[in-house]
Ligand binder design. Structure first.
Ligand code: KIV
Length: 320
C-alpha cells in the first residue's frame, strides 16, 4: 500500500472539500480497466476518472465524440470492481459522453443515473458551463454528485476550432469565471479546468469553495489530472506541453514483447520451469495464490518469482 494512501479513508466529495480547506493537493487520474485502476488505487490516487478519453486511447478514435453510454458503463464497471477489490479508497467518477446529456434534461438525468446504477460510478462529470446549471442542480437533488469541466472541453472540439488553449482574452476569461461560479452554485462538488492560462486557473481556484482539478491549467489548482497513458508514455508521438511523462512504457513494453517474441521463436520460452510433467504430483509442489484469487502451481524456486501475468503471487494464508 502506498504511503500516499495510508492515512486517509474512502474519498468522498466531503473529503475532497476538506482537502482543499487544508491545502492538500488532490491527485486524479483516468482509468479504464481493472488492472490499471487497481494499481492507481493502490498508489494512492484520490479520484479515478473513467474519462471519455477512452475513445482515443482505448478505441483509437480521432476524438471523444463517438463514445457511447454503453462504452462508458462497461468501463465504469471494470474500474469500480477494481477499486472495490483493492483498497476501495479512490472515488470513481464516470464521464457523461457526447450527446448523452446535451439535448434533453430527462434523458440527461436517466443517463447520469445509468452511470451510477449500472456503471457503479460514485459521481458523474459533464463538460460545459452555466447552460448546465439547471441539470447539475437536478442531479444533485436526486443524490448524484457532479464534477464540472470547463475550458478546453474536448466534446466541443469542432466549435472551439480544435484542441486550443481557452480563456486567453478578457471576454473568454470572464465567461469562464462566470461559468465556474454558476456550476459551483448549482452544486458541483469539484471542477475540472482544462487548457487555460495558469493565472486564470489560479483565479478561479481562489474564487471557489469547491476544489478545482487542473489539466494544463497551472500549478495553483487544488488538484491535477492526467490521462494515465500519457503519464506512462504509452504514445511516443503525443507530447503536449501539459503532460509530464513519468515513464517511457512505449519503449519498455515493446522491449519486453520483443524478448518474448524472440524467445518463442528460438524455443527459449517456455523453459522447464514453466512446464508441467506427468511424473510429478501437483500436491508435492508448492502452491501459490494470486492476490486476485487465481491459483497457480510453482515447479520450485521461491514463491515470489511465480506470477500470473503481472500479478505477484503469495502463499495461501499469507497476510499482507
Ligand atoms: O476524458 C477525460 O479523460 C477527461 C480528462 C482529461 C479531464 O475529461
Amino acid at each position: 500500500m502506498s504511503v500516499h494512501s495510508a492515512r486517509r479513508s474512502k474519498v468522498t466529495h466531503l473529503e475532497l472539500r476538506k482537502m482543499k480547506e487544508q491545502g492538500e493537493r488532490i491527485a486524479m487520474l483516468t482509468a479504464y480497466d481493472y488492472s490499471f485502476a487497481r494499481l492507481c488505487d493502490q498508489a494512492g490516487t484520490d479520484i479515478l476518472l473513467v474519462g471519455d478519453s477512452l475513445g482515443m486511447v482505448i478505441q483509437g478514435q480521432k476524438n471523444t465524440l463517438p463514445v457511447t453510454m454503453e462504452h462508458m458503463i462497461y468501463h465504469c464497471q471494470a474500474v469500480a470492481r477494481s477499486v472495490e477489490a483493492a483498497s476501495g479508497r479512490a472515488m470513481v467518477v464516470g464521464d457523461l459522453p457526447f450527446m448523452s446529456y446535451q439535448s434533453d434534461l430527462d434523458e440527461a438525468m436517466r443517463n447520469a443515473g445509468r452511470l451510477i446504477k449500472e456503471g457503479q460510478a460514485e459521481a458523474v462529470k459533464l463538460e460545459g458551463g452555466a447552460e448546465y446549471a439547471e441539470l447539475v442542480s437536478k442531479l444533485v437533488r436526486v443524490g448524484i454528485p457532479v464534477m464540472g469541466h470547463i475550458g478546453l472541453t474536448p466534446q466541443s472540439l469542432h466549435a472551439l476550432g480544435g484542441f486550443k488553449v481557452q480563456g486567453r482574452d478578457d471576454l473568454a476569461a470572464q465567461k469562464l469565471r462566470s461559468d465556474a461560479l454558476a456550476l459551483a452554485e448549482a452544486g458541483c462538488f469539484s471542477l475540472v479546468l482544462e487548457g487555460i492560462p495558469q493565472e486564470l486557473g489560479a483565479e478561479i481556484t481562489e474564487s471557489l469553495a469547491i476544489p478545482t482539478i487542473g489539466i494544463g491549467a497551472g500549478p495553483e489548482c487544488d488538484g491535477q489530472v492526467l490521462v494515465i497513458y500519457d503519464l506512462l508514455g504509452m504514445n511516443e508521438e503525443f507530447r503536449p506541453r501539459f503532460v509530464k511523462r513519468y515513464e517511457n512504457f512505449a519503449v519498455r513494453i515493446r522491449t519486453a514483447i520483443d524478448s518474448y517474441v524472440g524467445e518463442v521463436r528460438s524455443g527459449a520460452f517456455p523453459g522447464p520451469e514453466h512446464s508441467f510433467s506427468r511424473t510429478e504430483k501437483s500436491k508435492d509442489r508448492p502452491r501459490a495464490v494470486a492476490v486476485g484469487g487465481v491459483v497457480a502451481e510453482s515447479e520450485g524456486g521461491p514463491l515470489e518469482s511465480v506470477g500470473v501475468g503481472c500479478i505477484p503471487l503469495r502463499p495461501p494464508g499469507h497476510k499482507s
